[in-house]
Design a protein around this ligand. Structure first.
Ligand code: MG
Ligand code: ZN
Length: 452
């Protein structure tokens, strides 16, 4: 009964998401919310992390691409809350570090424990390995996937399947900051080696150069993966034909960007001539995040078996392009991330015992500001965009100097969800609470038999 209702609700939510213009949300939605409430366990968990995607970044993308009154796919989830994202100090973990990086924030949502900036699922000061939600899912018999548009060894995908003292320890030759984690020192090795050793069923992203490094034992990490059964693929067409377990490495570093455009500049920048972003510039041999998500779900979902899956999907370069004060590329990555979320929503609609979560890991620099003039204008970098609905959208990046990397911010950010346990995102929660929500969803027995 609950499932039939859920399907009805999902259909309504999705049909709203699929029209850019929301007809109206000012009716009484109490009954819809009540129908969307689900407790108990989840057969599948789909976790979407937009790196550096706070409320401001979502609003920028929405305004530009679908209009101020439009709605992105990610806007259609029935439950939305906010979470706090702070890290802690390495030498004094009882003291907050109010601005987190992706390593500490990822450790927070992946393990339920706050750590210091730079750490990958290890504890501040004491350097203990912290058990991750992916490890718990594996113990419970879930198949697992971890996909990103950054290097697979970058902080966000790393926190699920690796434990190192510093995020820079990505490949066997990158271990300078983590001597204790070297295999020869009795450690677990680099992030690349640990992701493989975890036997994650689906690993897709960039970062081939980390996997081409030789391990201390001799073969490269990629060859070590092949030895234990991974199929290693490098192009979109190879991915289409791939079977699990699969290691997809589609770029030497980060994957290519979806859009192009001019970076923000000091006033007067392009205020007199707003730019229009160039779309669809990603090379065809690299899969879109949505295509990686579709393939990952196809490989992980095995109808008729008792176990479901846990899949993390990261839109990584929202953050990286915000660091670069580049509004068009930042928005393009947000829209590509939203298209991946749409794939997840389609799956969740057909498979109601799916917990789907959309959130970010920290806020970022970009702010929507009013039209500047010679007297009144922000002191940082600016860019004006001509939106698709004909407006002028002015973005300010002012967390660092010109030609320096723009900084993360310490704001609370959106966390939205649907499916079992989703109501627990409501209100203001802590980033570490996301771990509790997901672990409760996968620890509870799932008695549900899928209706297909
Ligand atoms: Mg990241
Ligand atoms: Zn960043």
């Amino acid at each position: 009964m609950r499932n039939a209702k859920s399907i009805t609700f999902m259909f309504l939510a999705l049909s709203l998401a699929w029209t850019n213009r929301i007809e109206s949300q000012n009716g009484d939605r109490t009954a819809d919310v009540r129908r969307a409430l689900e407790d108990g366990g989840a057969r599948n968990v789909l976790l979407f992390i937009g790196d550096g995607m706070g409320d401001s970044e979502i609003t920028l993308a929405r305004n530009y691409a679908v209009g101020a009154a439009g709605r992105l796919a990610m806007d259609s989830l029935p439950f939305t809350g906010e979470y706090t994202t702070y890290a802690v100090k390495e030498d004094a973990p009882e003291i907050p570090d109010y601005v987190t990086d992706s390593a500490a924030s990822g450790t927070g949502w992946a393990t339920g424990v706050k750590t210091s900036n730079g750490r990958i699922s290890t504890s501040a000061k004491t350097d203990r390995n912290l058990k991750t939600i992916l490890e718990i899912a594996q113990e419970r018999g879930y198949r697992t996937g971890d996909i990103t548009t950054a290097e697979l060894t970058d902080a966000t995908p790393a926190v699920l399947g690796a434990h190192v003292a510093n995020r820079s320890c990505q490949g066997p030759s990158d271990m300078a900051a983590c001597p204790q984690d070297r295999k020869s020192a009795g450690g677990l090795g680099s992030i690349a080696e640990q992701l493989i050793a975890h036997h994650v069923d689906v690993l897709l992203g960039g970062g081939a150069s980390r996997f081409d490094q030789p391990t201390e034992g001799g073969p490269t990490v990629a060859d070590a993966a092949r030895i234990i059964g991974y199929q290693v693929v490098a192009t979109a067409s190879e991915l289409e034909a791939a079977k699990a377990p699969v290691l997809g490495l589609f770029a030497t570093g980060n994957m290519s960007l979806e859009w192009n455009g001019a970076e923000a500049l000091p006033y007067p920048s392009n205020i007199a001539n707003p730019q229009t972003c160039t779309e669809s510039v990603r090379p065809a041999n690299e899969p879109a995040l949505a295509a990686m998500t579709t393939k990952a779900i196809a490989l992980l979902d095995r109808p008729g078996t008792t176990a479901g899956f846990f899949l993390q999907v990261e839109g990584a370069s929202i953050d990286k392009q915000s660091h670069a004060a580049s509004p068009c590329t930042q928005i393009g990555e947000t829209i590509a991330f939203d298209q991946a979320i749409r794939v997840g929503l389609e799956f969740a609609r057909m498979h109601p015992r799916t917990l789907l979560i959309v959130t970010g890991d920290h806020g970022h620099a970009g702010q929507i500001v009013g039209m500047p003039n010679d007297t009144d204008h922000p002191s940082g970098l600016l860019s004006a965009l001509r939106t698709k609905e004909g407006g002028t959208l002015v973005i300010s990046y002012a967390t660092n100097a010109y030609h320096r990397s723009q900084d993360h911010t310490g704001t609370e950010i959106r966390v939205a969800a649907m499916g079992p346990q989703a109501a627990n995102v409501l209100g203001v929660i802590n980033q570490t609470d996301l771990f509790s929500i997901m672990s409760r969803a996968i620890q509870e027995p799932v008695l549900f038999t899928e209706a297909r």
